[in-house]
Ligand binder design. Sequence first.
Ligand code: SF4
Length: 325
Amino acid sequence: MSRPSAGIGWLSPSRAWRLIECPASVLPVAGTVSGGKGKPEVNTGILAHRALERWIRSEGFRAADPKTALAEATDACAAELAGQPPAGWRVSRARLVARGMSLVDLIGGRAPDQVHSEIELKDEDLRLRGRPDLLLTGDEIVVVDLKTQTLREEELPAWVEFQLTVYAHLIRTVHGQLPTRAEVFSLNRGRREVVITDESLEATLVALASARTLDPSRANPSPEVCRFCDRRLVCEPHWSAAAKWPDADAVTGTVERTEHAATGVVALLLTTANGRAWVSGIPGALASVGSGDTVRVARVSPVLAADESRSEWRWRNFSAMTLAN
Ligand code: SF4
């Protein structure tokens, strides 16, 4: 396989999938437009990954009570946050602690130097790199990828299988063989095997090589990919498409009115393409906008009215907002 152009740079398994789905999604974001405080938000997924890594690195799986050790790892990671844990953490924490015990059996009696978490694997030629959540080496190589998103279907989504296949390629590059077993560790579905063959691996690498040749400015909006994209606040194709998505988590409109609550949060009444809509619960420090400003708000929860229209959106702690140009 030919060496890729350096323009797009290194790809992780998740960026590689996004490149295939929407080439523009891997371009750097110009400027800071997030409604956050300049630091990446620690969402539930990041926190769960930190907790699992802490448990593995501290060999909590060998403790007399591994479940308590995992619960302690989750609480220690949550305690390191500057503020409250993210929304949804209570449920994710409970799932992680309950389902994490299945990893104790998987790890078994491996030696300490055969149990790795977040160890970097690289393919210099293809400019691919990744850090699997759990990599077990020895006679058998096992890779496990933690997924904190709720997987709704029984069948694993294509993006989950793709990412594990990229990890399998990296393992073959570094360790000289495909993993004996590749698994997704889903917080809501538990451990699920992904069968990786030479053929499926080759197909993945061909798709990736082809995606590297696409025009990197080409945007291909879809709810699944845009939801995790850092560029969405500045991406015009996203905003054109999102207005028509039935399950959109983003809204844009012109500020008609601003209301300040005694708690310090702000609500904005927007005129949108689909009518008037409130966005409520915005932290006061982030809502320095006035009437006539056009704003974009992403990662907000719709409040469905009885007729299923979306005339209200609620701010979440990982929501973001910017002024439209
Ligand atoms: S927001 Fe959507 S369409 Fe725009 S670059 Fe990201 S994934 Fe592509």
